[in-house]
Design a binder for this molecule. Structure first.
Ligand code: NAP
Length: 279
């Protein structure tokens, strides 16, 4: 039976550390402000945005809300980003994705100043990550590194397999594991005989976006398995990309859904907001 990696507990631990750091900064007259931009009222985006604002309130970071209608033009959104880039009060800018189809997401991401890019999606942040310079890290993979470290799981010299190569999870995950001296293999939808590759993994990170796709047959006995996926099962309960019950019996440690990777993403966003003033 596996050790359960408790993302809820670890994210609370990180938020409490950040709260103490933010209190100390306030004592020196330094206040942190995150601008949260939301276009439209997509229900899932509303939940994410509210959770981010709640985390800000808990830690003592000011959050400024910009709620724009669905039909806002790309030019208007770019003008707002430009204004926030130049605001001395705002330290971090978060534009909640996805954006409506008439707005070019890449253009908006590139318009955010790399100094305020708390999501870590700007090409400058991505480049800094790959060449090992300090900078903003993509929140979900940075959270996974913290989950592993704070659960006492070393990555140094380990065989790590990342399934999924998205810009926000898979690719930055591979870069961060390399930074921790792991031997990294990336798999994706064109990978042949996926199970042969995943079975080599001491640490298997699954970010496919397909409900309960990875079962115990893909996993080596005693491996550590991190499930990034987020779905609803037939009973409307949250579940991930792995078949949890089977893997729980075979792995040495595993993340649950909910309560694993999910809470870490917001904790690391908060860390990036503090990082904006640490710099
Ligand atoms: P994505 O952009 O859809 O990327 C999925 C990746 O999986 C792609 O690289 C794709 O390969 C690969 N893939 C798809 N089918 C595959 C297969 N049969 N075998 C091997 N690889 C396959 O998804 P994402 O944004 O990375 O997110 C992944 C999952 O994590 C989603 O369920 C999402 O909801 C969840 N998520 C959770 C959090 C959190 O905070 N908990 C944050 C972000 C994402 P190709 O590149 O070849 O298409």
């Amino acid at each position: 039976m596996a050790q359960l990696i408790d993302g809820k507990r670890i994210s609370k631990e990180i938020k409490d550390e950040l709260k103490a750091e933010v209190d100390a900064l306030k004592g020196r007259g330094i206040q942190i402000c995150l601008a949260v931009v939301q276009v439209g009222q997509d229900p899932a985006s509303c939940v994410y945005v509210n959770n981010k604002k709640k985390a800000c309130a808990y830690i003592g970071i000011e959050s400024e809300s910009y709620e724009l209608p669905d039909e806002v033009s790309e030019e208007e959104l770019l003008a707002l980003v430009d204004r926030l880039n130049h605001s001395e009060h705002v330290n971090g800018i978060l534009v909640q994705l996805p954006l409506p189809a008439h707005i070019d997401e890449d253009k908006i991401i590139r318009a955010i100043s790399p100094d305020k890019d708390v999501d870590g999606f700007h090409p400058v942040s991505v480049g800094r990550l790959w060449i090992g310079e300090p900078g903003f890290l993509s929140c979900t993979p940075a959270g996974i590194i913290q989950l592993l470290k704070r659960s006492g799981i070393s990555m140094d010299g380990k065989e790590c397999v990342v399934v999924g190569r998205s810009n926000i999870v898979g690719k930055p995950m591979a870069a961060l594991l390399l930074r921790e001296h792991a031997t990294v293999t990336m798999a994706h939808s064109h990978t042949k005989n996926l199970w042969e590759i995943t079975k080599r993994a001491d640490i298997l990170i699954v970010a496919i976006g397909k409900r309960q796709f990875i079962d115990a047959g893909y996993v080596k006995e005693g491996a550590v398995v991190i499930d990034v996926g987020m779905h609803r099962d037939d009973n409307n309960k949250l579940c991930g990309d792995i078949v949890f019950d089977e893997i729980f019996e075979k792995a040495s440690a595993v993340t649950p859904v909910p309560g694993g990777v999910g809470p870490m993403t917001i904790a690391m966003l908060m860390n990036n907001c503090v990082e904006a003033v640490r710099k």
